[in-house]
Design a protein around this ligand. Structure first.
Ligand SMILES: Nc1nc2c(ncn2[C@@H]2O[C@H](COP(=O)(O)OP(=O)(O)O)[C@@H](O)[C@H]2O)c(=O)[nH]1
Ligand SMILES: [Mg+2]
Ligand SMILES: [Zn+2]
Length: 347
C-alpha cells in the first residue's frame, strides 16, 4: 500500500491555491510532478501515485510542477511556478532545459576533496539566485578532510550572509544539520557535480536507500553517473528532496541577474569605476582593479565573474538565434503544408 499525503505535505501553498477558480477546486484533481521519465510523468495526488503520458499538447513541464487533472485523469493545465531552474542543455543542442520547479531551497553540494572549486560553487550560486531560490552550500566528505574549517572560510568569504554547512553525508548525526530546511512541505533541490554525495545525502536523510550511489575510484576522485532521472522524495522530516543527475556541463544562459546577485561585491565596486562601461581590465580609474591591487578582492573572483558573464551572454545569443531559426522553419513547414492542401483542394 502506498502512503497517502495531504496537499500541504506535498508542498501546496497559498500561492497555488490563489490560482484556482472555484470550478477547478471542485472538479479537478491537484497533482505534483515527482519524477520524469522519457515519455511519462509520475505525479502524486492526495489519492496516491499516478503516471501521465506526455503528449505534444502539454506545455514543457518539470519535476516540482503543480498541475490540474480532470476527473478522468487527463491533463488540464499547469499552475504558475514561484521558482524555476533552467540551464542551457548539454552538448551542442542549445535548447534551454528545465531542471526543477517550485523549489524553496537549493543545496549547492561540493565535496572537500580535489573537487572543491570556488568557481564552480559561484556558478551554482548564480543559478540559484537567478531562479530566486535560497542557496545553502553543503560541503560533504568532511570526514576525509584534514582541515574542513579552512574550506568553510573560503566559501564564507564569498558572501558573509551565505549559509555554509559541512557534513559527512554517510552519518545521520551529521546530516541532521540540514533538517531546518527539510521540514514539512518544503522542497529542496540538490545541485552539484557527479560524485560529490548528493544521492548519499538523500539516502541518509531518508533513513533508507532510495537512490543508488556509486563508489568513486580513489585515484582520481572522479564519479561516474549513477542517478539517471530526476525525482522528488518525501523525507521522514516532512520535506521533499530532489536529487539531480550530475551536471557535467552546467552552462549558464540568461543569468545576468543571478550572476550580479552572486557578485554583489564586484557590482558595488564597479559603481565607483570612472567609466560606466568599465571592463575592469586596464582602464584608468577602475575601482575593481584598485581593490585587487589593495588585496581586498581576489583576482580569481573577478576572472570567475567575467567568465560567467561572457558565457551567459554567448549562450543567450545562441538561444535567441535558435528560436528565430525554429520560428522561420515552422513558418516554412506551415507554408509547404498549406500549399499541399491547396493543391489537393484544387484537384
Ligand atoms: N567518506 C565519505 N564518503 C562520501 C560522502 N558523501 C558521499 N560519499 C561517497 O562518495 C561516493 C559518491 O556519492 P554519490 O552519493 O553517489 O554522489 P552523487 O553523484 O553526487 O549522487 C559514494 O561512494 C559515497 O559513499 C561523505 O560525506 N563522506
Ligand atoms: Mg547521484
Ligand atoms: Zn572597473
Amino acid at each position: 500500500m502506498t502512503h497517502l499525503y495531504s496537499l500541504p505535505q506535498l508542498g501546496w501553498q497559498a500561492f497555488f491555491q490563489q490560482q484556482l477558480t472555484l470550478e477547478e477546486w471542485e472538479h479537478f484533481n491537484i497533482a505534483r510532478i515527482v519524477a520524469q521519465e522519457r515519455s511519462v510523468l509520475l505525479v502524486l495526488t492526495t489519492k496516491g501515485k499516478q503516471s501521465l503520458p506526455i503528449t505534444p499538447a502539454m506545455p514543457v513541464m518539470t519535476v516540482g510542477d503543480w498541475i490540474l487533472l480532470d476527473s478522468t485523469g487527463l491533463f488540464h493545465r499547469l499552475l504558475d511556478r514561484f521558482s524555476l531552474f533552467a540551464r542551457k542543455a548539454a552538448g551542442t543542442k542549445v535548447a534551454s532545459q528545465l531542471i526543477a520547479a517550485n523549489i524553496d531551497t537549493v543545496f549547492v553540494v561540493s565535496s572537500l576533496n580535489q573537487d572543491f572549486n570556488l568557481n564552480r560553487i559561484e556558478r551554482y550560486l548564480a543559478l540559484a539566485n537567478e531562479a530566486g531560490v535560497e542557496p545553502v552550500v553543503v560541503l560533504t566528505k568532511a570526514d576525509c578532510c584534514e582541515n574542513p574549517q579552512s574550506y568553510t572560510q573560503q566559501v564564507q568569504a564569498l558572501d558573509q550572509l551565505l549559509m555554509v554547512v559541512t557534513v559527512n553525508s554517510l552519518d545521520p548525526d551529521s546530516v541532521n544539520k540540514l533538517e531546518p530546511w527539510c521540514c514539512t512541505g518544503k522542497t529542496v533541490a540538490l545541485l552539484g557535480s557527479s560524485g560529490v554525495g548528493k544521492s548519499t545525502l538523500l539516502n541518509t536523510l531518508s533513513g533508507k536507500t532510495v537512490q543508488l550511489t556509486h563508489s568513486i575510484r580513489e585515484d582520481d576522485d572522479k564519479g561516474r553517473h549513477t542517478t539517471t532521472g530526476r525525482s522528488l522524495h518525501l523525507l521522514p522530516t516532512g520535506g521533499l528532496l530532489l536529487d539531480t543527475p550530475g551536471m557535467r556541463e552546467l552552462q549558464l544562459a540568461n543569468c545576468e541577474h543571478g550572476i550580479e546577485e552572486t557578485f554583489t561585491d564586484i557590482r558595488e565596486l564597479a559603481t565607483q569605476c570612472k567609466f560606466t562601461d568599465c571592463q575592469h581590465q586596464n582602464e584608468p580609474g577602475c575601482s575593481v582593479r584598485a581593490a585587487i591591487n589593495a588585496g581586498k578582492l581576489d583576482e580569481r573572483r573577478l576572472t570567475s565573474y567575467l567568465k560567467l558573464m561572457r558565457e551567459q551572454a554567448f549562450n543567450q545569443a545562441t538561444l535567441a538565434e535558435k528560436r528565430a531559426r525554429d520560428r522561420s522553419l515552422g513558418r516554412y513547414y506551415r507554408s509547404v503544408l498549406a500549399e499541399k492542401s491547396n493543391k489537393k483542394k484544387t484537384k
